[in-house]
Ligand binder design. Sequence first.
Ligand code: DON
Length: 304
Amino acid sequence: MNLQALIEDIRQQTLPFYDHGQVADYIPALASVPPHQFGMAISTLDGRHYACGDAEQPFSIQSISKAFMLALTLQVDGEALWQHVGKEPSGNPFNSLVQLEYEHGIPRNPFINAGALVVTDRAIRHFGDAHRQLLDWLREESGAPGLAANERIAASEREHGDRNAALAHFMKSYGNLRHPVEQVLEQYFHNCSIEMSCRQLARAGLFLANHGVSPVTTRQYLSRSQAKQVNAVMLTCGTYDAAGEFAYRVGLPVKSGVGGGLLAVIPGKMSIAVWSPQLDSRGNSVLGLEALDRFTTRTGLSIF
Ligand code: DON
């Protein structure tokens, strides 16, 4: 199969979907991203790399950082993590507050904002500077030592972060956050503000396709069982209240971010990063979903 020709063709097929969505504007610094951009990159376990369109353009990874943060934390926290955060889909938007009170401050899963704040809190317990730990990992795995958080976006998230602050304070009132709210928020915002290109993201995600072992650096980040767990939670919760539609159309573990990025994993084979900044009403990239749907439909490569 000629994957390079295929992704070029998929790109042409998805470009007509420009303007079927909108760039995220609840974080003002994200609203100024030029909307008509599309990139796609694939990294395979046997060391091949394919890319098309704007695959070299760095973008704000936003909630895709939550998948890496979960892996990083699971590695050191193990099963104890699941006492503080659930593993069920929420069926609600990523920044919703409603379930938290019914469920006594335990977020449904690690990918909604409340869950990612708890994971960050657990990571701080182990690493101190959890953001730094994440950044070092991503730099090494993506082969890009210059990766960094965009301070302008982090500041914009902080300035407009009342909802995340509310989630954090609420969980702290239930004793499910150990560190000061400000410290957890600061590290969380910086994780979301990390900028990466599709090419870098596909590389960094390869360990998830390889049972927890990076084929790039040969490091074992997760046990086989933990890699299964992260992929399972990506499938059921990675795209929030659209997880059913993604499972139906794409059939892969996927993590999305409001910067317009999507990271998809084909266990045993490859990782795929797609980016296009215009989002649907559930906060997922419109062109990204179209592209992944076409990719798995045309190749027959899905987990089902
Ligand atoms: O906290 C937030 O709302 C953003 N920094 C991240 C949200 C996000 O990416 C949700 N994903 N689709």
